[in-house]
Ligand binder design. Structure first.
Ligand SMILES: [Zn+2]
Length: 465
């Protein structure tokens, strides 16, 4: 028998896996070789890692997360567990001490609140209750007075753009708190085998913190940002990609066309079933949008549109069709986020302009209990039409919208291909991510039946159970 007369020095050899791939060799963060059976003898590894018979999967790409919000949840009071307004009232009352200067809680899933209820908690400290979808809040009279908006919002309910009025009265977060939140978010995501995320609506301060963490090599997660807010967009007027060894992409901008269904801010083509005459609220005018799109195309930014209601996507597509050429738009891979309610008539135009459908399957599961109330029975066939999109040849990517929904991709097993090749295409990384192949990034997770045993980013073990 011939003996291999040459040797190849590699950084790390992962061996004893099962499934489609049994071993994988990585060097400098990239896949050097991989295969089934026993690793070839000519591979000389500086480090060897035994996968103990567990299966290797490509690193998941979660195409819709809110990194900072996810991490900051750990430090916030989440009232998502409250089953009634009375329970919420008790909790809020329990939080108020003589030293409390303001109270803000998140995650409220219950019915509409009243000013009367929150005023019972306190008449002299500002109180904010954030709805679980982060698109609406309820506040008390004290805060309405402070912000000088009592006349404009007499019910204490503020959605989407109106929430801006409250900014000056909310506690300022320090860079240190942002850093802690981002690190916390990273730990949670890596432990689910997620190696890349698309961060939706990244504002300047979190982005700067992210960059500092990456400079200090403290962050292993790969992040593609969708810039949000004037400050962030001005600070990054041109796309910057593959920074810090493919850990950071800044090439997208997030645009909100409408709000959320829960707070009836999503823009529908016909009125809400439970609010006659009301179709939701567009957050952008035609003129604004044309100018935003023109600028983005000039600077080669990808645009990521929040379009929850069917009218929101119709609006964007009609503008694209009137003012822009399919070729220039297709090259930028514009994305529609959520598309939870989507009229099938938009699919041909989505295809024409190469729009990616970025969907969050778990939303449909968790919204189901009240969705029919908002939409009415007839319209339920426009909810979650992912199969129709796929059939039409529209590229799909998948995300969780964490922390609004759980981020474990195994919850949406049927859709996990959205989390691999779909996610890679949506961030222009199909040459480096999405599948395990020679020459791609060595990003993967190793899993037993129920659990993520290990997560590897760039050939380094970044999480082990
Ligand atoms: Zn979101």
């Amino acid at each position: 028998m011939m003996q291999a007369c040459w040797e190849l020095l590699i950084d790390t050899l992962f061996y004893n896996g099962k499934g489609r791939i049994h071993w994988l060799a990585s060097s400098r963060g990239w896949i050097q070789d991989l295969g089934t059976g026993k690793p070839p003898k000519h591979l000389l590894a500086k480090k060897k890692i035994n996968l103990e018979g567990h299966e290797i999967f490509p690193g998941w790409i979660d195409s819709h997360v809110h990194l900072y919000l996810l991490g900051s949840k750990k430090y916030e009071l989440d009232v998502g567990f409250c089953s009634s307004q009375d329970e919420l009232l008790e909790i809020l009352k329990g939080e108020v001490t003589p030293k409390t200067s303001g109270l803000e809680v998140c995650g409220w899933k219950g019915s509409e609140l009243s000013l009367f209820l929150l005023d019972q908690v306190s008449s002299c400290i500002p109180i904010i209750v954030r709805r679980v979808d982060e698109h609406a809040v309820w506040v008390n009279t004290c805060l309405l007075k402070k912000a000088n908006i009592l006349k404009k919002y007499p019910t204490g309910f503020l959605a989407d753009k109106a929430m801006k009025h409250l900014e000056p009265f909310r506690p300022k977060v320090s860079p240190h708190e942002i850093e802690a939140a981002l690190m916390e978010a990273e730990i949670q995501l890596l432990s689910d085998g997620i190696t890349s995320v698309h961060d939706m609506a990244t504002e300047l301060l979190p982005l700067k913190t992210l960059i500092t963490l990456m400079q200090q090599k403290k962050m292993n997660l790969r992040v593609s940002c969708a810039l949000y807010g004037k400050e962030a967009c001005n600070a990054f007027p041109k796309p910057q990609v593959n920074l810090f060894n493919h850990h950071l992409n800044i090439r997208a901008k997030k645009i909100f066309i409408d709000g959320a269904l829960g707070s009836r801010g999503a823009w529908l083509s016909s009125p809400y079933e439970d609010s006659p005459g009301h179709c939701g609220t567009p957050l952008s005018t035609e003129k604004e949008l044309v100018s935003t799109i023109r600028k983005a195309l000039q600077n080669q930014f990808q645009l990521i549109f929040h379009v929850l209601g069917d009218q929101a996507s119709i609006f964007v597509l009609e503008i694209l069709n009137t003012y822009f050429s399919p070729k220039e738009v297709r090259d930028r891979r514009f994305r529609f986020e959520h598309l939870e309610v989507c009229h099938p008539k938009v699919l041909p135009l989505m295809k024409k302009f190469g729009i990616i459908a970025s969907v969050q399957p778990w939303h449909i599961v968790s919204d189901r209990p009240w969705l029919e109330k908002r939409l009415g029975k007839k319209r339920m066939n426009t909810v979650g039409i992912f199969d129709k999109m796929k059939k039409k040849g529209i590229p799909l990517c998948g995300g969780s919208d964490t922390p609004i929904e759980p981020h474990d991709p195994r919850l949406v097993k049927k859709f996990v291909h959205f989390y691999t090749v779909g996610g890679a295409y949506a961030e222009f990384s199909e040459d480096t991510k999405g599948t395990l192949e020679i020459g791609k990034l060595a990003d993967f997770s190793v899993r037993s039946k129920e659990k993520t045993e290990m997560t590897v980013v760039g050939g380094e073990v970044v999480y082990a159970r």
